[in-house]
Design a binder for this molecule. Structure first.
Ligand SMILES: NC(=O)C1=CN([C@@H]2O[C@H](COP(=O)(O)OP(=O)(O)OC[C@H]3O[C@@H](n4cnc5c(N)ncnc54)[C@H](O)[C@@H]3O)[C@@H](O)[C@H]2O)C=CC1
Ligand SMILES: CC(=O)C(=O)O
Ligand SMILES: [Mg+2]
Length: 566
């Protein structure tokens, strides 16, 4: 609840308030509230505190042994009582984020139609587009919306096209905005844009609950997306529109199309770019080098690969004063058909600035693989966002380490089973020299001195809630690159490795709420400084304003009022 509110006037009574996850307190309704809301006979006698409810829920959760069953339990809890759900998650953040987010959420999404119990969020389906506005208004009735997270589910986490199951990633990313970013969940909306699926398993599944049709593409797809974006702009001109897990042919295009006219954000491109920039900044703090001193190999040139490359390039230009063309030349991008160079067919337009010349690789015939590129380029940074499990083989890692004192190796693919190299292997193969971070959580590796080396989680969830909250806080008209860089710099400044190079490259996920608060402040300050903010504040006021806006999972007293909120 908002810390500025000590009381809410609520119009729901009886079963209606008990079945509203926003207002339900279950056994924590006080005796006065029970009388006022017609609940005395609807609840057992004893009034519980939130702590007692959390303990009971945690005990129940522990009796579910597999991560996916825990995920289902938490999903039910979310459908019952938001305060309890978020309070429980906050009390066990590091343990439960992997259950409600990557890696477990990937399994929940892959099995969405079979695990389905109850709908959540907004389903906008291609054949129903005539009623899109009506459906939208029905879902947000009586609510003010600050944040919309939408997905068309073509590239979910690392598991590809998941059709209507994409609502799971929109909802999980919204939950993270609340849990880590302090966003009021009643002001957020998760949306799935069901434009069909090319996943044959889903199309052949009789229980599939989405639109059983091949994915719509081309002009029809663009018109559908445009209809949705214009609807958002019409009804909530100041809300942040977050795009998640769109396919590589649409993600950057959509971002470019709308980013100058509305506050839009593509997490896979910009969020991943920002957290990776922070991670690399932290690592080069240890190697005492600059961004422009690095040679980067980016393995997997999809949305994340492009976002990471551009973010690192832009920061190099801004921080080191490297001319853009010179900065572009520090990157070697590899995709399914090897190194991307002039003779590579059908390279996406957004990658053109990073194409290597054929002349540089004249002595190589055919597709040029990772090992060849590593041997030739002698990279200092190797980043994986390919979904190609095990791609960073022992030979690749050892070849890199042969020419680089502290190789920076970031296998970022999710979920855990798709990681390009297990961080313990990379640690062992480099004699403990590699500076490592992964996309999903991994246990620590052992350093040569026997101490644990904590593997930082370089996941966009460590930064996007702060980027989004900062942008919403200052009501920015758009999310600029410089606002994102300001957030990434603030995150890097909080790295534990700054104090001790044997520490993790990024803050622990357990500290993510405090870290994201700092990111949000940096982003809003930057928005104000560059004149895109819609608030009349000075930069000095931002911190206090941000504190006042944080939503916290605590119970606030309710007073019955038939004209109150519902
Ligand atoms: N750690 C983090 O915060 C994030 C991690 N990711 C992860 O990165 C991976 C990619 O995600 P997106 O970029 O959104 O997907 P995407 O589908 O846009 O990109 C994947 C790219 O990898 C390429 N690829 C596939 N197999 C390959 C191979 N054998 N060798 C080289 N390239 C190959 C594909 O052609 C494609 O260009 C996923 O596992 C995803 O979970 C994505 C966003 C954030
Ligand atoms: C973390 C994330 O956004 C992804 O894996 O797609
Ligand atoms: Mg994603």
């Amino acid at each position: 609840m908002s810390p500025s509110k000590t009381q809410y006037n609520v119009s729901l009574r009886g079963d209606a308030i008990l079945t509203s996850p926003r207002w339900n307190k279950g056994t924590a309704f006080t005796l006065t509230e029970r009388k006022a809301f017609g609940l005395t006979g609807r609840l057992p006698y004893r009034v519980n505190t939130l702590d007692e409810q959390c303990k009971r829920a945690y005990d129940q959760l522990q009796s579910r042994h597999s991560p996916i069953r825990k995920n289902s339990f938490l999903q039910s809890l979310k459908n019952q009582n938001w305060v309890l759900y978020f309070a429980l998650l906050s009390r066990h953040l590091s343990e439960l984020v992997p259950i409600i987010y990557t890696p477990t959420e990937a399994d929940a999404i892959a099995n969405y139609s079979h695990l389905f119990r109850r709908s959540e969020g907004l389903y906008l389906t291609f054949p129903d587009q005539e009623t899109m506005e009506q459906d939208f208004l029905e879902e947000i009735r009586g609510r003010s919306i600050d944040l919309i997270v939408c997905s068309d589910a073509e590239a979910i986490l690392g598991i590809g096209d998941q059709g209507v199951g994409g609502i799971g990633i929109s909802a999980a990313k919204s939950v993270i905005y609340t849990l880590i970013g302090g966003m009021d969940p009643s002001r957020a909306l998760a949306v799935t844009l069901d434009v069909g699926t090319d996943n044959e398993d889903l199309l052949n599944d009789k229980l599939y609950v989405g639109w059983p049709n091949k994915r719509v593409r081309g002009e029809q797809y663009d018109r559908f997306i445009d209809k949705f974006v214009q609807l958002v702009r019409k009804h909530f001109p100041h809300c942040l529109l977050h795009f998640e897990d769109f396919g590589v042919t649409n993600a950057q295009r959509i971002l470019e199309r709308y980013r100058d006219t509305h506050s839009v954000f593509n997490d896979d491109i910009q969020g991943t770019g920002a957290v990776t920039l922070s991670c690399v900044m932290s690592a080069i703090g240890i190697t005492k080098t600059k961004l422009c001193d690095q040679r980067f190999i980016i393995y997997g040139a999809g949305s994340a690969g492009l976002g990471i490359t551009k973010q690192l390039r832009d920061a190099m230009v801004a921080t080191d004063g490297t001319p853009e063309e010179e900065a572009n030349a520090k990157f070697w991008l590899i995709d399914k058909h090897g190194l991307i160079r002039q003779s590579t067919p059908d390279v996406r337009k957004d990658l053109h600035a990073f194409i290597r010349s054929d002349e540089e690789w004249a002595s190589f015939a055919g597709e040029i693989g990772l090992l060849d590129v590593v041997k030739q380029v002698k990279p200092t940074v190797l980043i994986g966002c390919s979904t190609h499990a095990g791609a960073f083989t022992e030979e690749v890692v050892k070849s890199m380490a042969a020419h680089c004192e502290r190789p920076i190796i970031l296998p970022l693919s999710n979920p855990s089973r798709l990681v390009e190299v297990h961080p313990s292997d990379a640690n062992d193969w480099t004699g403990g020299k590699a500076l490592l971070a992964t996309g999903s959580p991994f246990p620590p590796a052992k350093m040569l001195n026997g101490k644990d080396y904590i593997i930082a989680e370089c996941n966009n969830a460590l930064i996007y809630p702060g980027l989004g909250f900062g942008s919403m806080l200052c009501q920015s008209r758009k999310m600029t690159d410089t606002m994102i860089i300001a957030g990434a710099r603030r995150l890097a400044s909080l790295s534990p490795a700054l104090k001790d190079p044997d520490n993790a490259l990024l803050p622990d996920f357990g500290d993510a709420p405090q870290v994201n608060f700092e990111v949000a402040v940096a982003v809003a300050e930057q928005g104000i400084e560059e004149g895109v903010a819609g608030v009349p504040w000075s930069k000095e006021e931002v911190r206090a304003k941000a504190k006042a806006k944080l939503w916290e999972p605590v119970y606030v007293e309710y007073v019955y009022d038939k004209h109150g909120e519902d």
